[in-house]
Design a protein. Sequence first.
Length: 406
Amino acid sequence: MTDLFSPAPLTVSELNAIARQILENQLDGLWISGEISNLTRATSGHYYFALKDATAQVRCALFRHTAARLATPLKDGDHIELTGKISIYEARGEYQITVNDIRTLGLGDLYLRYEKLKNTLQNEGLFDQTRKRRLPENPRTIGIVTSLAAAALRDVLTTLKRRAPHIPIIVYPTAVQGSGSEYQIAQAIESANKHAQADVLIICRGGGSMEDLWAFNEEIVAQTIAASPIPTVSGVGHETDFTLADFAADLRAPTPTAAAELASPNFAETQRKIKQLHEKLHHSLQQRYQNASQKLDFLNKQLRHPREKLNSQKQQITQFQAALNQQIQHTLAQQHARLQHSTAVLHALSPYNILQRGYSMVQTPRGELITSAAQLKAGQKVRLIFADGERDVRVEKTQHNLDLFD
């Protein structure tokens, strides 16, 4: 039965307005201490952040005119005390503090823990560049260590599908924040190394506050990454976020998407390079073919059929014979002319020509020419040679010429 005396119900707007008045009137002038987390600066110049302790947090807004009075800019991890109007943003019903003044006390507990562990691991040589390895240029399989529900996984898969659709991907699922998540992350990395199917591991998650990313600042995660036989690339948070996992990995990427780009070859770029190499090879082979063709044509001109060579040799022999015959004829003509000349000279000097003029020659029976009377003896047989014949005679006793006057 309806209670006629019960008060009328409030609207949501009325409730938020009452709560705002109570908070502003009852909690005025308080100072609250805590650690700055998830600090952002809007384009208007206003700052928004969470003020937290070990178990709770409250939203804070620091407007531009108040921020301008600060001696040093705020940053994540600062431990501060602040005062302001504690109220409710009625449109969304969110409880927040509009900051009027800030006193900086120093670094927060989480940040101190982060710096202490970082120094310890660095002194142990866990972050040395000498132990860093190059990522494979052409991995056969890529492993991803992250949450199946993470937006970072979708970004990584989209990037890998675009850059290297031919490379298989294995996801090793794990929680990426919350209690005990650091052990799950380490176990996922160890599982990837145990199966040894991936050539490179992408360890990633999206951005968040220092608390959200804290699992990647735990020592067990850093040690497991450093000990991984498979090369690792860390893509945790946004570009300004640095975790110990980043320092322990072989390569740090500013975002999960960048980690996917670093871990995979660019398929389009690879295709472009292959095309360039193909064109270069085609040009080189074409040039070699043209050079070989020209050389073959040249050699083909030099190469003659044996019959052609034989005919050429026959022609050369014929020419040689003709030249030889011509030379012989010329030589014979010269020799004949010389012979005729010599014959004419010999004929002119021949004693037989003298015989034609009435002279004769005297020879011994053996044909020896007698040129002096002293060579003859009485009774010696000689031969007289005339132009028209010869006669044998005998030498008589020599008679002296009578004196014409006797």
